[in-house]
Ligand binder design. Structure first.
Ligand code: NAI
Length: 302
């Protein structure tokens, strides 16, 4: 049973990239009040446009027969959405949950949470969407640890059912249960996991993606053949290179470099030149219009 004080209704999402946009969309569709924090007005406007497109797609699926119902659905979801470019402009005292979905950089994440801790109320829960850091590293500068947990959503958030709800060593039962219920309210399937590197999915997935790149680098097989083989041979919906482009090669590089630094002896986390080269050329995958493959759509900036 969740304590009344931990019911989650007012949510702040920091980050206007792939993940912040997706989390905001599913939350407003579920009747949650959301304020998205972006670094510039331009980023906020472009995120609002993306969310509107996502909502229209979702409405079309739900109410194929009625354009009027579709418009009402989109309108009512958008009524739950606000934007801010400055934390000072948000009523943080009323916020029940802050979801951090900014760049995978430990120092930047630590600073954001330290800034937030000074201004939020005691009831506010902090959640990080980090893919690769341990919670204890993200939260180490904070005075409170019991209100801190991981909400690891998957990309694209509107389509992916899973959320790993990560329990830190000191996360309270109340906070953990409130987050678990919150994910269910968003229509997701939460799973419980502990604060270990990569949690469940990435701990298994990242070494696999690295191996695929190393296989192509050695010339053992072509990229397109590796993708086809893994799709048809295992029934995975995407091949490893398609998935890498989808995740974002910069995010992948952050993860690999971080784990390699922390576990230099572990062969599974040794970086690969192919990934480093594409990132240095700004080819970050779907979001920039090119990664391992080229994409027709307009390049997307986070
Ligand atoms: P993204 O690159 O699409 O967006 C990053 C966001 O961080 C942008 O809004 C950008 O403006 C902001 N940002 C960049 N530098 C910043 C700074 N110095 N201060 C404040 N904000 C800054 O990245 P994406 O994919 O949305 O990832 C966000 C988080 O979610 C990362 O921690 C990532 O590891 C995690 N994640 C990513 C997944 C993926 O498949 N892309 C899946 C699950 C988690």
């Amino acid at each position: 049973m969740i304590n009344e004080s931990l019911k989650i209704q007012n949510v702040v999402i920091v980050g206007t990239g792939l993940m912040g946009t997706g989390i905001a969309q599913v939350a407003i569709e579920s009747g949650v009040n959301v304020t998205v924090v972006g670094r510039t007005e331009e980023k906020c406007n472009s995120t609002k446009a993306k969310i509107s497109t996502g909502l229209a797609r979702s409405a079309k699926k739900k109410f194929a027969d009625s354009e009027e119902t579709q418009s009402k659905y989109v309108e009512s979801a958008l009524a739950n959405l606000e934007f801010a470019t400055d934390l000072a402009d948000i009523n943080l005292a009323e916020s029940d949950l802050i979801v951090e979905a900014i760049v995978e950089n430990l120092k930047v994440k630590q600073k954001l949470f330290s800034d937030l801790e000074r201004v939020v109320s005691d009831k506010c829960i902090f959640a990080t969407n980090t893919s690769s850091f341990q919670l204890k590293d993200v939260s180490c500068k904070l005075g409170r640890q019991d209100n801190f947990a991981g909400l690891h959503f998957f990309n694209p958030v509107p389509a992916m059912k899973l959320v790993e709800v990560v329990r830190g060593d000191e996360t309270s039962d109340e906070v953990y249960d409130a987050l678990f219920s919150f994910c269910q309210r968003l229509g997701k399937t939460p799973v419980r996991c502990k604060d270990t590197p990569g949690f469940i999915v990435n701990r298994l997935l990242i070494p696999y993606l690295l191996d695929a790149m190393k296989m192509a680098e050695r010339g053992d097989a072509e990229i397109k053949d590796i993708d086809t083989a893994m799709k048809l041979g295992t029934s995975y919906p995407m091949g490893p290179f398609e998935l890498l482009d989808y995740i974002g090669l910069d995010t992948m590089k952050f993860i690999v470099d971080g784990w390699h630094q922390r576990y230099p002896e572990d062969e599974k986390f040794v970086p690969c030149a192919m990934l480093d080269r594409l990132v240095s050329e700004g080819k970050l995958g779907k979001k920039t219009g090119e990664g391992f493959m080229k994409y027709d759509s307009t390049p997307r900036r986070g």
